[in-house]
Design a protein around this ligand. Structure first.
Ligand code: E4P
Length: 218
């Protein structure tokens, strides 16, 4: 399972990109709004940091299919690795279908909360579906169960749409997504840092350093 970073913060993207652990960057309107930048500028800045090995997900704002299609085309023109996030709704599915039939623009259906929605997104032609794990857990539902249901359905029917697990809030969510068969988990910077840390690693390194001081030197 690949890891994406779920942020538009340039410093955070740079740091995890340099660690070599990410294969993509995901944004949404809430994430972009935190940076206080013009949307297109924020997206362009991200494309300047990550290499050609990284995908960049940006979301359309229109609520009607025609507007979504126009926005998607403009965003896709910014960088060859742009994937356009389109919300799961009637107009969104229509936009995904138009883009699939008439362009090379790749789409990700976002705000997916059921296996039925994921199946529709794949049939409409989305390259990715983004089920929101944490937000389901927030309302007392089983986020991990949804991911394994979608993975099972896609495997049975040989559906090529990739599952990008969104709304991951902890290292446990990332591991649950991986075990459930997700292709990608998009993970906040803070959670990637939590994944790096383990108290036994920290203590072990401190002990190695301390013991090294006792080793006779030339
Ligand atoms: C991804 O792009 C999603 O929009 C994001 O992971 C949602 O996360 P949240 O539920 O923590 O806001």
């Amino acid at each position: 399972m690949k890891i994406f970073v779920d942020t538009a913060n340039i410093k955070e993207i740079k740091e995890v990109y340099e660690m070599g652990v990410i294969s993509g960057v995901t944004t949404n309107p809430s994430i972009i709004s935190k940076e206080g930048k013009v949307f297109e500028d924020a997206v362009k800045e991200i494309t300047e940091i990550v290499g050609s090995d990284c995908l960049i997900f940006a979301e359309v704002i229109s609520l009607e299919a025609d507007g979504m299609v126009e926005e998607a085309k403009k965003l896709a023109a910014i960088h060859p690795n742009m994937i356009i996030k389109i919300p799961l709704c009637k107009e969104g599915l229509k936009a995904v279908s138009i883009l699939k039939k008439t362009t090379n623009v790749k789409t990700a259906c976002t705000l997916v909360f059921s296996a039925a929605q994921a199946l529709l997104a794949s049939r409409a032609g989305a390259s990715y579906v983004a089920p929101f794990m944490g937000r389901l857990d927030d309302i007392g539902a089983e986020g991990a169960e949804l991911i394994s249901d979608i993975a099972e359905i896609f495997a049975i029917h040989d559906i090529q749409t990739e599952i990008v697990v969104a709304s991951t809030r902890s290292p446990l969510h990332v591991i649950q997504a991986a075990k459930a068969g997700a292709n990608i988990a998009t993970v906040p910077y803070k959670v990637i840092m939590q994944m790096v840390e383990h108290p036994l690693t920290t203590n072990g390194l401190a002990k190695f350093m301390k013991d090294w001081e006792k080793v006779p030197k030339k």
